[in-house]
Design a protein around this ligand. Structure first.
Ligand code: PEP
Length: 252
């Protein structure tokens, strides 16, 4: 049985004080609503300590949006996974399309980060997804297969319980365009088959696969009703309680 997992990626939004106040309100609201899915929020690095403090005592997971591919050393401007763990952050989003597109992160770099996070017993949300050009030229499966095979290279079967995969078609992120539930489900089914071939049916059946790309209160139910969609990675609509709470309570 896969427990629904709803995650909010705040990207480069909300100051530390705004983030802390919002996280407190969210923790309160989630508790009051009796939400039964897993909830995660991913603020920017500087907001993490305040948000960790704000959600203390709640079931909300706090995640980083990225991390360095080294533990320490001369890497100006980077944040080490050990620093994250030290402040109580044990989850990280890796391979987001904005990291791939704007900061040149390759599948190999992302794999290095995945292995480093796993070696520290951190949980990872590994983002995969095709561009519009790749989809229109029939390369959807080829792209997903490569991103998964390289991204998870050398991750052991016993470590797969630390991995969540987020399917985020690049053309649907922040554009207001959502994949149809049918298209998203087909991509998720392909991801599950790919993981089954790499690991086992059991591991694939237990894998949480989130959909990301313009998820809103109005489309979350139809997406979550699909067999292979186990959660959502939400960007824009995770920034306001009025949008994010109805997504978290989609099944109420
Ligand atoms: C994201 O950043 O992962 C995302 C899916 O953004 P949005 O919901 O705004 O499309």
């Amino acid at each position: 049985m896969r427990r629904p997992y709803i995650a909010g990626n705040w990207k480069m939004n909300l100051t530390p004080s705004e983030g802390k106040a919002y996280a407190s309100a969210l923790a309160e609201a989630v508790k009051k609503a009796g939400a039964d899915c897993r909830v995660m929020i991913a603020p920017s690095f500087v907001s993490l300590p305040g948000v960790v403090e704000a959600v203390k005592g709640s079931d909300i997971t706090v995640s980083a949006q990225n991390m360095a591919d080294h533990l320490s050393g001369a890497y100006t401007g980077e944040v080490s996974p050990e620093m994250l763990r030290d402040i109580g952050v044990n989850t990280v989003i890796l391979g987001h399309s904005e990291r791939r597109q704007y900061y040149g992160e390759t599948d190999e770099i992302i794999n290095g980060k995945v292995l480093l996070a796993i070696s520290l017993k951190m949980e990872v949300i590994l983002c995969v997804g095709e561009t519009l050009e790749e989809r229109e030229s029939g390369k959807l499966e080829e792209v997903l297969k490569r991103q998964i095979e390289v991204g998870l290279k050398d991750v052991l079967p016993a470590e797969m319980d630390k991995i969540t995969i987020a399917y985020e078609p690049v053309w649907a992120i922040g554009t207001g365009r959502t994949a149809t539930p049918e298209d998203a489900d087909a991509a998720h089914a392909f991801i599950r088959r790919t993981v089954a071939a790499l690991y086992s049916d059991d591991i694939a059946n237990n894998l949480i696969i989130q959909y990301g790309g313009s998820v809103k209160p109005g489309n979350v139910r139809a997406l979550m009703a699909k067999e292979n969609i186990d959660g959502a990675l939400v960007g824009g609509a995770s920034l306001k309680l009025d949008d994010f709470l109805p997504i978290i309570t989609f099944n109420k």
